[in-house]
Design a protein around this ligand. Structure first.
Ligand SMILES: [Zn+2]
Length: 259
């Protein structure tokens, strides 16, 4: 029977199902009947009918040497190191999840676009969990692209970039910083007082703060800041701060504000 639904809907529902979403929730999310979800799962998951844009047919830039969208990868790496997670789903397919505050609507759309650029034709699906949007795409090859995937939390194990990743980051440090600072960072307004003509005056100044409990990830961030000529400090243990006015402006121009 030919599909009356657009392929994008079928693929997105299958991807959600790969990720473990229940048939009932999946039907609700995609606006189709539960029996339709079950039929798709029967055809594509159990009988193995090839999917138009599935996790098996999209070639891997690492295994198959197809081109990688390097700026999109650099930024997605930043998001992954900040608030990303790779889980093993059904049949050896991995799910890349990136979590971000539900308030940042534009950024959440942007994360989905980045995923579709790194996995060409990938169709991310989103779920809202406790004030966060989880954006997820399934692919067998996520561990090829994020070899930092491993058991335990990122700050409890070494996070060391491979040579090819360091090359991408060296070419696109601003993109990496955008992902890192928009996931684990905040642009905060600070204030201070200074004497003007003998009178204390309060003035405000913005600064960027990156908080991550992995010293390795903070080291990756500091190296990228060095590469773009933005001065940073370590005011306390899990933080990197960019505070000088010119450096804040430079970083603003490179990564934009959260939106
Ligand atoms: Zn691969």
């Amino acid at each position: 029977m030919p599909h009356v639904r657009p392929w994008a809907t079928v693929a997105s529902a299958l991807s959600a199902s790969d990720d473990g979403m229940s048939d009932a929730e999946n039907a609700l999310t995609h606006g189709v009947a539960v029996k339709t979800i079950r039929r798709w799962r029967r055809e594509y998951q159990r009988r193995g009918k090839p999917r138009g844009q599935s996790h098996t047919v999209v070639p891997c830039p690492r295994c198959e040497k197809v081109p990688l969208d390097r700026p999109a990868y650099a930024e997605l790496l930043g998001w992954y190191l900040g608030d990303g997670y790779i889980s093993l789903g059904r049949r050896g397919v991995f799910n890349l999840h990136v979590y971000n505050d539900v308030r940042y609507v534009v950024l959440n759309e942007h994360i989905a676009q980045l995923m579709s650029r790194v996995k060409p034709g990938g169709l991310p699906h989103t779920r809202v969990l406790r004030g966060c949007v989880a954006t997820t795409v399934s692919w067998k090859h996520w561990p090829c692209l994020f070899p930092q995937h491993g058991p335990g939390r990122k700050h409890e194990r070494p996070i060391v970039l491979e040579t090819w990743q360091r090359d991408v980051v060296a070419a696109y440090p601003g993109d990496l910083l955008r992902g890192l600072f928009h996931s684990d960072g905040a642009r905060v307004e600070n204030w201070a007082t200074r004497l003007v003509a003998g009178e204390p005056r309060r003035y405000e100044y913005p600064r960027w703060m990156l908080v991550n409990h992995s010293e390795d990830i903070l080291g990756i961030a500091c190296a990228a800041l060095d590469a773009v000529g933005v001065a940073w400090r370590r005011p306390r243990s899990p933080c990197v701060a960019v505070s000088r006015r010119d450096d804040v402006r430079l970083l603003d121009a490179l990564i934009g504000l959260k939106s």
